[in-house]
Each structure stands twice: as structure tokens, then as C-alpha cells.
Design a protein around this ligand. Structure first.
Ligand code: APR
Length: 333
């Protein structure tokens, strides 16, 4: 699982593949972290930046790190806080997302961010921390090539805010490795036994687990049938899993399960936000799923998330077993 780390201190001393600079649009240096990076990198950085022809807010450009311990610097320009009505949130999110994308493109696996825009540019620190952590979390879910992301906090207030926010952060980790596949299968066994036995009986649950959610079955669904599985981590604990697949112009939500003790903790809404984000990234406008007609709690929860019941559907699942479901769908705005 990619590690998000909160560290304190001077970003110019960190030894990572790339550090991110909170620059201004000229890219010709300034105060704050920008000044510190230029001082540590030396005058060659200034010469390299002069050739870049500036940078717009929310955008990114890369240079060598020269005398810095990190071989590269990604320069980004954060938004100046003007009260929140000038797309400041989206611009700040873009700084983090485009920095990560540029790091991936350059095969850089460890990256350190300062608390962009929270100094001279006056962005409220708590909101900036939330935007930074959620933007990075959403990127990492589909980019396991990024191994470590460090948030380098220079002041005590940011340090406390980031440590508090990261402990509440819900992580979604794409299932790729064999141990993740085995973990997903174990989660399925825990959840299906506590959740489905009262509805469809132990025998059918056992049949479905051994045929549809075994490590071999999940591996086949991922590698042969185009499903993407994600494990949901909350407080660093595996708390559930999601399985999605594009079907035509829709996103099929095949599985979305939480372990009992993690239900009614807001993870459902967080998970749905993540699923909707995956649909939007694929350019899809509609999410559909099937839910057992006796699964009243899930039907109610999906309705609360905006899904509507479309039609009943009977699914043959083998060995004479059926799933008596409803089709439900959500039209994304
Ligand atoms: N290491 C890590 N973080 C640092 C360092 C450092 N050496 N120096 C300052 N910071 C922190 C600040 O405490 C703040 O939390 O970086 C964060 C961003 O603050 P600024 O550097 O002021 O950047 P920003 O708010 O994005 O404003 C950008 O400031 O430096 C100028 O040229 C820059 O005009 C641009 C503006």
C-alpha cells in the first residue's frame, strides 16, 4: 500500500525523487519555500527556471534539483486565497494532482509536498490540508507506481492539522498483488457470512464464496474480465472492498461491502464519492448495480445515496442457486 507520511521540517533537506515547490507564476524565486529551494539548489535552478517561461496557477513544470538532495523539483503555482469564490479549491487540487501526474510521467516514485498556498498566498490551512490529502488519496488509488508521498510541514499548525486529517483519511487501494487478492477474498468471507446467511442461507453463501469470491475467482475477474477491485482502508484497517467494471456507457458497481463495525461511520458516502469519481474519470454518467430484494438496509442506503430501483432481476449463479435482486441505478449529474 502506498505510504502517505506527514513529516515536519525543511523540504530542502529531504532525500526523495522529487520535491514540489510552491512557486509564483514567474518561476523566478521568491520568499517562503520557493526562496528556500532556490537558495539550496543554487543559481543553476534560477537559470533553468528562466527557460521555462513561467507557469500558470494550478499548473506544473519540472527542473533538476541541482545542489538539492532530491534530483528533481516540480514547480507549481498555488492559488492566492481570495475568499473561496475564484475556484481556489480546484486550482489547489490541480497543483497536487498535476504534480503527481508529472512525477508518474517521469518515473519518480517518492515525492514531497510543502503545504502549498498556506503561507504568503493565505489559503486556509485546514481546508488546504483536506484538499491536499483527498486529492493525493484519489490519485494514489489508481497509481501504485507512486511508492511514498510526504507532506512536509514547516509550521506546528500545519503539522497538527495534517496529522489529524490523515488519521481520518479513507484510503482506496487498487487490488493488484496476490496478497491483496487473498485479503479481498478474506473480507468477502467475513462480510458475506455476517450479511448474507440470514437472507440466502449458509449453503448458498458457501457456494458463492468458493466459486465467485475465491482468490482464483477474483484473480480471473480482475485479469480476464476487466473488473477493478479496491480495498477500503479506514484507520489503516481493511474495512471493506469495491468491485467495478465499465459496461458500455455505464459503470457496473459489482461489489461494495463494508465490515459490520465500519457501517454507519460515513464510509458508505466516502466509498460512493470514490466510485462516482472513477465513473467520471471514465467519462461515464450512470452507475448501476443489483441488490438482493431482501437486503432492505442496503436498498435504503443506496436510495439515500441517490439510487433508484429500476426493475427486479433473477440471476442464476450456478448449482441451481439464484439471486433474487433489484436493478438499481444512479444518474451522475
Ligand atoms: N520547507 C517546507 N515548507 C516550507 C519551507 C521549507 N523550507 N519554508 C516555508 N514553508 C512552508 C510555509 O510555512 C507554508 O506552510 O511552505 C508553505 C507555503 O508557504 P509559502 O512558501 O509562502 O508559499 P505560498 O503560500 O504557496 O505562496 C507562494 O510565496 O514564496 C513565495 O514565490 C512564492 O510568490 C510565491 C508565494
Amino acid at each position: 500500500m502506498t505510504k502517505i507520511e506527514i513529516v515536519s521540517g525543511d523540504i530542502t533537506r529531504l532525500q526523495v525523487d522529487v520535491i514540489v515547490n510552491a512557486a509564483n507564476s514567474s518561476l523566478l524565486g521568491g520568499g517562503g519555500v520557493d526562496g528556500a529551494i532556490h537558495r539550496s539548489a543554487g543559481s543553476e535552478l534560477f537559470s533553468a527556471c528562466k527557460l521555462l517561461n513561467g507557469c500558470n496557477a494550478g499548473e506544473v513544470k519540472i527542473t533538476p534539483g541541482f545542489r538539492l538532495p532530491s534530483p528533481y523539483v516540480i514547480h507549481t503555482v498555488g492559488p492566492v486565497w481570495k475568499g473561496g469564490g475564484n475556484d481556489e479549491n480546484q486550482t489547489l487540487a490541480s497543483c497536487y494532482q498535476k504534480s503527481l501526474r508529472l512525477a508518474s510521467e517521469n518515473n519518480l516514485r517518492t515525492i514531497a509536498f510543502p503545504n502549498i498556498s498556506t503561507g504568503i498566498y493565505g489559503f486556509p490551512k485546514s481546508l488546504a490540508a483536506k484538499i491536499a490529502l483527498e486529492t493525493v488519496r484519489d490519485y494514489l488509488a489508481n497509481h501504485i507506481e507512486i511508492e511514498r508521498v510526504l507532506f512536509c510541514c514547516f509550521d506546528e499548525e500545519n503539522l497538527a492539522l495534517y496529522k489529524g486529517a490523515v488519521s481520518e483519511l479513507v484510503l482506496f487501494e487498487k487490488v493488484v498483488s496476490e496478497q491483496d487478492i487473498i485479503l479481498t477474498s478474506k473480507l468477502a468471507s467475513i462480510i458475506w457470512n455476517e450479511h448474507y446467511v440470514p437472507m440466502i442461507g449458509q449453503e448458498q453463501v458457501d457456494y458463492m464464496l468458493s466459486n465467485l469470491q475465491s482468490p482464483e475467482a477474483i484473480e480471473k475477474l480482475i485479469n480476464k474480465e476487466g473488473y477493478q477491485y479496491y480495498i477500503i482502508y479506514h484507520h489503516s484497517e481493511p474495512s471493506g472492498y469495491i468491485s467495478i467494471r465499465q459496461k458500455g456507457n455505464d459503470l457496473f458497481l459489482s461489489k461494495f461491502y463494508l465490515i459490520r463495525e465500519k457501517r454507519r461511520t460515513g464510509l458508505g458516502r466516502e466509498g460512493m464519492r470514490f466510485i462516482s469519481l472513477q465513473a467520471r474519470m471514465l467519462g461515464l454518467q450512470r452507475i448501476f448495480l443489483t441488490v438482493n430484494i431482501n437486503n432492505l438496509n442496503s436498498i435504503k442506503a443506496y436510495k439515500k445515496l441517490g439510487f433508484q430501483i429500476d426493475s427486479p432481476v433473477i440471476t442464476q449463479i450456478g448449482a441451481g442457486y439464484i439471486m433474487d435482486d433489484y436493478n438499481m441505478s444512479l444518474q451522475l449529474l
